[in-house]
Design a protein. Structure first.
Lengths: 188, 935
């Protein structure tokens, strides 16, 4: 079997891509040179693939822990948005403008929608082993959304839209009726 | 600093700058600039300067107003009211080719520029009253061209000659005979001074003294024997006429004989008056020009008709002879004399026609029928002044200023009425808003419905609506014109002239009573048109109405006057007298479960009584302390709607208003110590709620005050030195709250019932208000105050103040004089959001607040305001010498489309959109179908 001809230049280029530029030198590496780090033979590569495929599948406990972790992340997520929302609300001011009205509307809509979609959000994490543990996560999720809602209420209050003061109920207060009526006699 | 500036700017933007818009002026308001009824012998046509082509009408009224009217359109050219400390009758004289007119009233003599009314000179004669005034036309038979001198007869200082240019006294003739000075008359060479010499018994003799015009020395004196006829002034018909032959005419008590003397001669010509019927009145008309013929006309009035005789004076023989007589006509009429060059023309004006005669012959030269408008129906001419234009020997046209018996001063040009001036309205003493019977009947029906149960009320309402259908055809008929009028941008006033088609409630009747006893109703929405006008003296002879008071009831007006047996009831729609039996019962002022307490000022004390009648035992008595005397009291109006019972602060807390319907503000004066005090009383219990006292007040100046809602206001003249040189005017406003703390309703708490007499569960002995007050300096004196009124009290209010020194009426926005304005610091952001600006002690009257813009509203006695049909608008009427009415919208007309709203454009836009839709609809439909197929 005659010796295989040397591979063409493009094969060499593909199999050994130019190394990232060294930090010190600005010069390009000479052709055909492959740095040591990238000199991994195909054999080695296949060996590595073999180790991955041979990794042991996670146990259910591990899976559950993972799911719980993920679920907690989702539950905490609304709280992470709070500072940003708060700054946004602070910036929009207390006047009734179309922009601030929209922002307040979304502020109310997001937590409500989130709570309504509670089951769907946590459906991927449902597992027979952790369903009880997931409840606390859900509660935290709802609480976090309530925090968002609280921000919305705070904002609406800042805008003066909540009937919390005496003046909001003034129209329902009546004038006193006086049991005497005095008039100058010339008016009679 | 910049922030401060920005806040101030914001505050000015927020503050309602309720100005009158340019296109509203002269449309929403009206002004009757009045003089008063013109005086017979002091009304004349006169050229304001020698080269003038047109003449003006000059007149003076008994209330000393000198007025000049343009005969073309009846507009007031100028008006002056000189101040006299003495009473007296007004005199006004003008000489030919002079640019001044000379007036005298009381002790005041003045010359005015005839064209613009500026004062040329004036003289005040201390301790004397001017009896007569003449202008020296000629001196030694020569007409002077520069300023002609005035000769003045004084009550007890003789005759004075005033220089026509400067008003300097040239000479004085002192009469020491003790005779009553009567008149002066001038001839080209002599001045005649006529006095009444009254012996101990019998009538008066006429004593004529001739004076030299140059030196004022007495030349001659003689008496005419007139004892048998003349008993008093009234029997002397005429004295004067600056003709070549001045006349003196008198009659006897029964008007049976006419005696004429040519002044300067001793001969008396005696004529008997027409004897068919008893003559009530004789008036003599003679030309007052030097060069006109010496002819005169004597006018006789009987009960049923009038006639006249024309007399000629023969200058050579010094005799008077009757030339011709004019036929007697039934009904009333008036005569006027108009000299044209040397000729003299007489104008006879009756209710039907106007005719011109020459003094030389009895033929009627021209005759025009009078087309009298409805405002003159039933009235007859009382006095007249005419100007005759003669072209090539024939009378081509005539214009007359005629005073009719109903007080209208009318210009008639060749039989057509050119203008009318409602001079009878001058001198109004009382005014009220009348409610029409029609709208009142609806109010009554609604009241009936509210008292029935639901089903019967519903049936009642349906029946009422069916009955209303009878107006439907007329409404339909009027609809096209109304719609067209609306579309073509015609103002709603001209489109809707009738008071019944008044959708906005701007057409309200204001009933005005004058000191002469005239009662008139004006339509405030129709430029002050006089709806009816009656003479109260005819209804109640012997009564005086100089301090009459008016009260409006449902469908009628009650008139109270001095010397009246009982009140007069006048139908407010027609002006007819109502018999007191025919009057419907009125709804009670108070509701059933309230106790009525009435109070009145009796013997310097304010006393309250249980019930409507004054009894011997008052419920309470208010005696001002320290010997102060009550000058006036102001009570909260009966109809004073309040929209909100609290004031919302910047932090959305509430300051509750102290809303007591029984508040009364009493003004007392201690003249000796120059102290003025104000006491706020609860007039149900007589309890003193608040008292404030001011030192160094000029109590002789007006101290107006007003009270409305939960605030009161008054104005003072501060006078620290008691000399008139240092004066200041202050406006004080005080606002009452239930508690100084926000969100607190005071001791009464949330209880919905209150009584100032009966004990309550409230803590503390009484519910006294918390008073916040603030004083502002104002640039002018306020003579009268009122507050705007709206239907529900939602609109912010304006304090309407009358400024007599600038003849104006100003509406001060309530916000500007808010007592809660922060003192000595800038307002906080919360206060600024309430619209409160930093307190500044001086309030300058913003020209934008002026309600009368270019009008000069003089002599205002009172201002009344009422609600209109719109919440935003309040109707205002000012009365006094002038009548001024307007509409005020303190928070702008938020419930009405502006004049700039183009209804036509709006309709066209709608039509264009509709057409566009018609065009686009098929396209869209095709596109939709296509999209269905291609899917």
């Amino acid at each position: 079997m005659p010796a295989a001809p040397p591979p063409p230049q493009w094969v060499l280029d593909i199999s050994s891509p130019p190394a990232p530029k060294s930090k010190s030198g600005t010069l390009a590496d000479p052709p055909g040179y492959t740095p040591a780090a990238s000199a991994i033979t195909s054999k080695q590569r296949s060996q590595a693939a073999k180790t991955v495929t041979q990794r042991k599948a996670p146990t259910t406990e591990e899976m559950d822990t993972l799911k719980m972790k993920k679920a907690w992340e989702i539950a905490i997520a609304p709280a992470k948005q709070l500072p940003m929302n708060a700054i946004g609300m602070y910036m929009t001011g207390n006047t009734l403008q179309i922009f601030s009205i929209f922002m307040v509307f979304t502020l109310f809509k997001t937590p409500v929608m989130a709570v309504m979609n509670l089951q769907r959000v946590f459906a991927p994490f449902e597992a027979p082993g952790i369903s009880t543990r997931l409840i606390s996560v859900k509660v935290v999720y709802v609480l976090m959304n309530m925090l968002g809602l609280g921000l919305g209420i705070w904002k609406v209050n800042q805008m003066g839209l909540l009937p919390t003061t005496r003046s909001d109920w003034l129209a329902w207060e009546g004038e006193r009726t006086w049991s005497e009526r005095a008039v100058p006699r010339e008016w009679l | 600093m910049r922030l401060h500036a920005a806040l101030v700017l914001a505050a000015t933007l927020v503050a309602p700058a309720a100005a009158i818009f340019e296109d509203d002026a002269y449309h929403i308001d009206f002004h009757h600039a009045l003089i008063g009824l013109p005086k017979r012998d002091a009304t004349f046509f006169h050229k304001p300067y020698a080269a003038s082509k047109a003449s003006l009408i000059y007149t003076i009224h008994g209330n000393r107003t000198i007025g000049v009217v343009n005969p073309k359109d009846g507009a007031l050219v100028w008006r002056q009211a000189p101040v006299s400390t003495q009473p007296g009758h007004g005199l006004l004289r003008a000489a030919e080719d002079q640019d001044t007119v000379v007036s005298a009233f009381g002790n005041h003599v003045a010359a005015w520029n005839a064209a613009d009314g500026r004062i040329v000179w004036e003289a005040r004669l201390i301790g004397a009253t001017v009896e007569d005034l003449e202008i020296l036309e000629q001196e030694d038979g020569i007409t002077k061209n520069d300023a002609k001198d005035a000769i003045v007869l004084l009550s007890d200082q003789g005759v004075k000659r005033f220089d026509g240019k400067t008003g300097r006294v040239k000479w004085t003739y002192q009469d020491n005979s003790g005779d009553t000075p009567f008149q002066i008359s001038t001839s080209p060479t002599t001045i005649f001074y006529i006095a009444l010499h009254t012996p101990m018994l019998g009538g008066s003799q006429l004593r004529v003294t001739s004076l030299s015009p140059i030196t004022g020395k007495k030349l001659d004196s003689y008496t005419l024997s007139s004892e048998s006829e003349i008993q008093n002034h009234e029997h002397i018909l005429f004295a004067g006429a600056n003709t070549a032959a001045p006349l003196l005419a008198w009659t006897d008590k029964s008007n049976k004989v006419l005696k004429v003397n040519i002044i300067g001669t001793k001969g008396i010509s005696t004529f008997t008056t027409p004897a068919k019927e008893a003559i009530k009145k004789i008036i003599l008309h003679a030309p007052n020009r030097v060069n006109s013929l010496a002819h005169f006309l004597v006018e006789y009035h009987t009960d049923s008709g009038h006639s006249a005789e024309v007399y000629h004076v023969d200058l050579k023989k010094n005799t008077v002879s009757k030339a011709y007589s004019l036929p007697e006509l039934k009904g009333k009429g008036a005569f006027a004399v108009s000299p044209v060059d040397a000729n003299v023309y007489f104008t006879r004006i009756t209710t039907e026609e106007i005719s011109v005669l020459s003094s030389a012959s009895h033929g009627v030269l021209a005759r025009w029928p009078i087309k009298a408008p409805s405002s003159l129906a039933g009235a007859y001419p009382v006095q007249a002044n005419s100007e005759v234009i003669v072209k090539s020997g024939s009378v081509s046209s005539i214009r007359s200023a005629v005073l009719y018996s109903n007080g209208q001063w009318v210009s008639i040009r060749n039989g057509d009425v050119a203008w009318e001036r409602p001079e009878f309205l001058s001198g109004a003493v009382s005014a009220t808003w009348a409610t029409l019977a029609e709208e009142e009947s609806i109010a009554h029906e609604l009241e009936v419905e509210s008292h029935q149960n639901v089903v019967s009320a519903y049936i009642h309402r349906v029946q009422r609506h069916i009955k209303d259908l009878e107006h439907f055809p007329a409404w339909i008929q009027n609809l096209p014109t109304r719609v067209l009028g609306n579309l073509l941008g015609k103002s709603e006033e001209s489109a809707i002239d009738e008071i019944h088609h008044d959708t906005f409630g701007f057409h309200k009747l204001a009933v005005v009573a004058t000191e002469d006893g005239r009662l008139a109703a004006l339509d405030v929405g129709a430029q002050g048109k006089v709806v009816w006008n009656i003479d109260l003296n005819e209804l109640a002879p012997g009564a005086t109405f100089s301090d009459s008071s008016l009260k409006a009831f449902r469908g009628y007006v009650e008139v109270m006057g001095n010397g009246l047996q009982g009140p007069l009831f006048i139908n407010s729609t027609t002006g007819e007298l109502l018999i007191s039996d025919a009057i419907q019962t009125q709804p009670a002022i108070i509701s059933k479960d309230q106790h009525l307490i009435s109070f009145d000022l009796i013997d310097g004390e304010l006393k309250g009584f249980l019930g409507a009648q004054a009894t011997a035992e008052p419920v309470w008595t208010f005696t001002p302390p320290n010997g102060e005397s009550i000058v006036r009291y102001t009570a909260r109006p009966i109809n004073d709607p309040v929209a909100s019972i609290g004031k919302v602060l910047g932090d959305r807390k509430v300051l509750y208003k102290y809303l007591n319907p029984n508040l009364v503000l009493v003004t007392t004066v201690l003249q000796s110590a120059r102290i003025v005090s104000f006491y706020l009383l609860d007039s149900a219990s007589g309890q003193l709620l608040h008292a404030v006292s001011h030192d160094d007040v000029d109590a002789s100046r007006p101290i107006p005050s007003t009270i409305s809602e939960n605030w009161f206001s008054y104005s003072l003249t501060i006078d620290s030195t008691s000399s008139a040189s240092s004066r200041g005017y202050q406006l004080v406003i005080a606002e009452l709250f239930e508690s100084p703390l926000p969100d607190d309703r005071g001791p009464l708490g949330a209880s919905s019932n209150a009584s100032s007499v009966q004990p309550s569960a409230a803590h503390g002995d009484a519910t006294k208000p918390y008073v916040m007050s603030q004083t502002y300096h104002i640039p002018e004196e306020i003579s009268h105050m009122a507050v705007t009124q709206t239907k529900q009290g939602i609109t912010s209010r304006e304090l309407l103040v009358t400024l007599p020194s600038s003849n104006s009426i100003v509406g001060i926005p309530r916000m500007v004089i808010d007592p809660r304005r922060p003192v000595g610091r800038d307002p906080t952001a919360l206060e600024a959001s309430e619209g409160l600006a930093k307190y500044s002690p001086i309030i300058m009257f913003d020209p934008k607040w002026s309600l009368n813009h270019k009008y000069e509203v003089s002599g205002i006695k009172g201002v009344i305001a009422t609600e209109s049909g719109l919440e935003s608008t309040s109707l205002v009427l000012a009365y006094g010498q002038d009548i001024f009415g307007t509409r005020v919208a303190p928070s702008f007309t938020f419930d009405m489309l502006g004049k700039g709203f183009n209804k036509l454009q709006m309709l066209l836009t709608v039509v264009a959109l509709f057409v566009a839709v018609l065009f686009v609809a098929p396209l869209v439909r095709r596109k939709q179908i296509n999209s269905l197929w291609t899917q």
